[in-house]
Ligand binder design. Structure first.
Ligand SMILES: Nc1ncnc2c1ncn2[C@@H]1O[C@H](COP(=O)(O)OP(=O)(O)OP(=O)(O)O)[C@@H](O)[C@H]1O
Length: 339
């Protein structure tokens, strides 16, 4: 649905150049809720603004729904851009217009009939739960309600893609949760592909199926959210995962283990129904091993459980080898780690 190929973006600032993007390749499939995470200045906003050509790449190709944006006529580009809605951190509502008018604006600009505008706006206000606010003004709404108006306005022209630039960063955790649930409904009910820019891993955890981690203008890691949470390859991704799920053994426990003479542990990673297998009893009873669970953590990612266990497994070496290959055969990811 969205393809970015070899994207570079250079901003000219007086006599200096800022290389905001340094060769980004990204592919977002239809129906994805795709998260892009990174620290401030990583290039996330620049990247998302390229998708609807608010910014043009200095080099590389942006392809949306099969159309290469670089060689479109102004008219064709406008048509493509109509298929892309966008919501913003600070909502960008017209303060002097009512909620009804704010949502209606894309339809008024597209010269739709009054009747069509009325029925579409009322349907959308109902969808976002604001049907009683049609004649209020933005200043009379809470942040979460304003973002709901932003979402309704973005949906007015029936887009195929919704871009969200830090859409929940100005909201409290409870309101964030309700906006994320609404975005999930947008994805499911209208089949809209969603691209979310954020610096909060909890946002990725709650609604994204795929994630790209950005640093200094590059994508440093990309994959399914479960994979990146389970075994982040890059140090920055690891740090983001740690903000929502502690997958590292606390140093206090490591110290205790070293004092006891334990220098290595077996790390198990299990996903979905594999996370609820009777692992410990199998290792103890079937393979005659002595097993202590030193540190464990479980997290729910889009209704799927991800479990990480660190075990101290003692006993006959051959039995341990057989036990570990049994675990691998049962879809448990096994790794020996030093403490
Ligand atoms: N219009 C611009 N002119 C000059 N430099 C820019 C412009 N927009 C962004 N930059 C620079 O490009 C780099 C990437 O910025 P960008 O806003 O894309 O990052 P970001 O990851 O979205 O950060 P943040 O989360 O703080 O918004 C930064 O160094 C920024 O200063």
């Amino acid at each position: 649905m969205i393809e970015l190929k070899g994207i570079h973006k250079v901003y000219q600032k007086k006599n200096t150049e800022v290389q905001a993007l340094k060769g980004v390749d990204l592919s977002i499939d239809k129906g994805d809720i795709f998260g892009v995470i990174g620290y401030s200045g990583a290039g996330k906003s620049t990247l998302v603004r390229l998708v609807n050509y608010l910014e043009r790449p200095s080099q590389g190709q942006v392809i949306v729904d099969g159309a290469y944006l670089g060689n479109q006529s102004p008219h064709a580009l406008r048509q493509i851009k109509k298929q892309i809605g966008m919501i913003f951190q600070h909502f960008n509502l017209l303060e002097s217009k009512t909620i009804f008018k704010n949502v209606a604006m894309p339809l008024i600009l597209a010269k739709k009939s009054k009747q069509e505008i009325r029925s579409r706006v009322l349907e959308l206000l109902q969808f976002v739960g604001l049907e009683d606010k049609a004649s209020n003004y933005p200043s009379e709404l809470s942040g979460g309600q304003k973002q709901r108006v932003g979402i309704a306005r973005a949906l007015a022209s029936n887009p195929k893609i919704l871009l969200c630039d830090e859409a929940t960063s100005a909201l409290d955790p409870q309101t964030t949760q309700s906006i994320l649930s609404l975005l999930q409904r947008v994805n499911k009910k209208y089949g809209i592909t969603i691209m979310i820019i954020t610096h909060e891993m909890s946002v990725i955890q709650k609604i994204c199926n795929k994630v790209a981690v950005m640093e200094e203008g590059r994508v440093i890691e990309e994959g399914s959210v479960l994979d990146v949470f389970g075994h982040p390859e890059h140090e920055t991704s690891h740090k983001f995962v740690q903000t929502v799920m502690n997958t590292d053994i606390p140093s206090r426990i490591k110290e205790q283990l070293r004092q006891q003479g334990t220098h290595s542990l077996t790390k198990l990673e299990m996903v979905g129904e594999h996370a609820t297998q009777p692992i410990l009893s199998t290792l103890i009873q079937r393979f005659d091993l002595k097993v202590s669970a030193v540190f464990t953590n479980m997290i729910d990612i889009q209704n799927t459980t991800l479990a990480i266990w660190y075990l101290d497994i003692q006993g006959d070496t051959r039995n341990k080898e057989r036990a570990l290959s049994y675990l691998k055969q049962n879809d448990v990811l096994v790794k020996e780690v030093t403490v």
